[in-house]
Write a protein that binds this ligand. Structure first.
Ligand code: PLP
Length: 400
């Protein structure tokens, strides 16, 4: 009898965390490494949010709270969903967890049984299939590619749905591709879902504020309100307000699912951190103007990074519509040899060679289900990005 549970044995560790840790170890050993492998804004949490947290500590808001979040935060979440997303919800339809990831974890663990299927569009955020497997269910991968702008088409969705499908997981804007669905594209998917009333939708909108070029963000329950009764709309302050370490994510969804999530969370982390909840109240209710400035900064970085990647021998890069990732194809370099003599048989070999020979940490596309690509996070300063692009360019030029 093994020590580790069968459930956990089905799960892969996070590749993004693994590469970032390797880059950190190399840097600690004195190597010159630029890590563009992690997905977090390089900005500080805004001052008014930090101050709200300090005030909460001073007031003694340091005890257990409601499992599903304090009333003030659920009010703020409901107001955010009404204001930004046109979702007609009140505080009792909202739920708060320790990060967006715990919302996803709760929703899937609370609903999945062995034999259930979950449609996961490819390329996907690394955690979706692993959480599905941990719950004993099966991820069913629906292929999207560079040709469809890395977006799930209605046809691909329809083909992936079976009588056993419980959920579709959507993520817009997407990690790792940066694809952001338009209202029309979501309407196309919603039309398919209307023909399959047994399928629930989990939409991960954590990069909502980061959509570029005058595009506007849309979420599926807003586009097709009839789906509201079977949609969990997840969001959080981690990426929007540079609050990754505070661990606050939230959602709105059907009452029976929220009730099951409450039961699960009450037996795991209990409440989200009390102080972080007060900080999130300020993040959601306070001034939002700086988000526009941050978005402009990210858009300028995106433009620079994409232009530089397109100049590299052997790379092809679509212009990402949102989030802070570029997802170029490196297929033309595979099968060749790096300047340091490493065979680049796969995208993973290429990413490791680039790290070891030129000191840039990226994540291979196969970690997100789509080989022949890699992910560049441009949540770093312009100077750092310029240096990293010089190194990537030199690496590509050296491939034979
Ligand atoms: N969803 C996506 C698509 C992400 O990229 C991330 C973080 O990388 C998360 C969810 C997790 O968010 P949180 O840090 O709030 O748990």
């Amino acid at each position: 009898m093994g020590l580790i549970s069968d459930a956990l044995s089905r799960v892969q560790p996070s590749a993004t965390v693994g590469i970032t840790q390797l880059a950190r170890q190399m840097a600690q050993a004195g190597k010159d490494v630029i890590a563009l492998s992690a997905g977090e804004p390089d900005f500080d949490t805004p001052e008014h949010v930090r101050k709200a947290a300090i005030a909460a500590i001073e007031r003694g808001e340091t005890r257990y709270t409601n499992v599903e979040g304090i009333a003030e935060l659920k009010d703020a979440v409901a107001a955010k969903f009404r204001r930004d997303n046109g979702l007609d919800v009140s505080a009792e339809d909202c739920f708060v967890s320790a990060g967006g990831k715990q919302i996803i974890f709760n929703a899937l663990m609370a609903t999945l049984n062995p034999g259930d299927e979950v449609v996961v569009p490819v390329p996907y955020w690394v955690s979706y299939p692993e959480i599905v497997r941990l719950a004993g269910a099966e991820p069913v991968f629906a292929q999207a590619s560079q040709e469809t702008g890395f977006k799930l088409t209605p046809q691909a969705l329809d083909a992936a749905i079976s009588p056993r499908t419980k959920w579709l997981i959507l993520n817009t804007p997407s990690n790792p591709s940066g694809a952001a669905y338009t209202r029309d594209e979501l309407a196309g998917l919603a039309a398919v879902l209307m023909r399959h009333p047994h399928v629930y939708v989990l939409t991960d909108d954590i990069y909502e504020v980061l959509v570029y070029d005058a595009r506007s963000f849309a979420t599926i329950a807003e586009v097709e309100p009839k789906l509201m009764a079977r949609t969990v709309t997840m969001n959080g302050v981690s990426k929007s307000h540079a609050m990754t370490g505070w661990r606050i994510g939230y959602c709105t969804g059907p009452k029976d699912i929220l009730k099951a999530m409450l039961k699960l969370q009450s037996q795991s982390t209990t409440n989200p951190p009390s102080i972080s909840q007060w900080a999130a109240v300020e993040a959601l209710n306070g001034p939002q103007g700086f988000l526009l400035e941050w978005r402009e900064t990210f858009q300028a970085r995106r433009d620079m990074v994409v232009a530089r990647l397109r100049e590299c021998v052997g790379l092809e890069c679509l212009v990402p519509e949102g989030a802070f990732y570029a997802f170029p194809s490196c297929a033309a370099l595979l099968g060749k040899t790096s300047a340091g003599g490493r065979l680049l048989a796969s995208d993973e070999d290429l990413v490791m060679a680039l790290l070891e020979e030129n000191g840039v940490a990226l994540v291979h596309g196969s970690a997100f289900g789509l080989g022949g690509h890699f992910r560049v996070s441009y949540a770093a300063s312009e100077r750092t990005l310029e240096q990293a692009m010089d190194r990537i360019e030199a690496f590509c030029a050296g491939v034979r």
